[in-house]
Design a binder for this molecule. Structure first.
Ligand SMILES: [Zn+2]
Ligand SMILES: [Zn+2]
Length: 285
């Protein structure tokens, strides 16, 4: 496919919104092609992906890419405009001054350091963090925080919790893993233990989902990924031999429910729900 005015217009749209859900982008593509080229054109995911592939071939040498990324809660596919040259937060945020980027880093530090695994920070605390870092008034801090939210770097839940957005997780994934590490079952208070979780099913970061109840077990899933895993697998934790956790209170019928011990002779304990990662009421994207 030749790079055309349709591609340029589509790319301009994606850049202007930073990220967009697949169904919306399909509609946008259809409108663009109908107005510029073929009035009868109907778009679908395949035609959209063909246009995106051509755009990526064109913009790759400039260090950018339109990436596909699944939203953690809804599971919907999003298209995100990302910088591929560097995962350094400094380079991707060219719209911000160096001190402002420092403030962003401190908010991310605070989000990830939460001992309750909420990966979130209260809006007021986030604004205060900006104020402390940049020596700004609370009004100025609020202005910058709302700009960061508008630019898609953070989301704000209905309960005023600031969380990492789909854009920041997609674009900063490697930066975050390099800086904070992935939890591998070691003591989280130790630097080496890692603070992030990677979904067992899709291998993407989990800042909204569930983890194994066993504090030392690193197995975690996004909600939809766990549903998928449970449909196609045993409900035992993939790390069951070590943690002994079962991911569901639903018996599959193959076990004798009157038995008080499992096949290893370990007494069965009442089922407890997995540990939540993220906020209680996340945005439904
Ligand atoms: Zn997943
Ligand atoms: Zn486990």
């Amino acid at each position: 496919m030749d790079y055309s005015l349709v591609h340029i217009t589509l790319l301009t749209y994606i850049r202007s919104v930073s990220y967009t859900v697949q169904s919306d982008l399909c509609d946008v593509l259809q409108k663009i092609v109908r107005s510029l080229d073929r009035p009868e054109f109907n778009s679908n995911v395949d035609t959209l992906d063909a246009y995106i592939a051509t755009i990526n071939t064109k913009i790759n040498p400039t260090g950018f890419r339109v990436a596909k990324h699944r939203a953690q809660v809804s599971g919907d596919v999003f298209y995100v405009f990302v910088n591929t040259v560097s995962d350094e937060i400094t380079k991707v945020n060219t719209n911000y001054s160096v001190p402002e980027i420092d403030a962003i880093k401190r908010i991310i530090d605070d989000l990830i350091d939460q001992s309750d695994l909420s990966f979130s920070l209260g809006y007021v605390n986030s604004s205060q963090r900006i104020g402390q870092t940049l020596n700004k008034t609370s009004r100025e801090s609020n202005v910058l925080l709302s700009r960061l939210v508008d630019d898609g770097w953070f989301d704000v839940t209905e309960e005023d919790r600031v969380t990492l957005s789909i854009r920041s997780i997609c674009e900063l994934k490697h930066y975050l893993i390099d800086k904070y590490g992935v939890f591998d079952g070691e003591d989280v208070s130790q630097q080496s233990g890692g603070k992030l979780f990677v979904c067992r099913q899709c291998k993407e970061l989990v800042t909204q989902g569930e983890k194994c109840v066993d504090a030392k077990c690193p197995i975690s899933f996004h909600y939809k990924c766990l549903d998928f895993y449970k449909r196609s697998n045993d409900v035992k934790c993939p790390n069951y031999d070590v943690c002994g956790y079962v991911w569901s209170d639903q018996h599959d019928g193959s076990e004798d429910e009157t038995k008080n011990e499992n096949e290893n002779g370990i007494p069965s304990i009442p089922w407890t729900p997995p540990t939540r990662i993220g906020v209680a009421n996340p945005l439904r994207i």
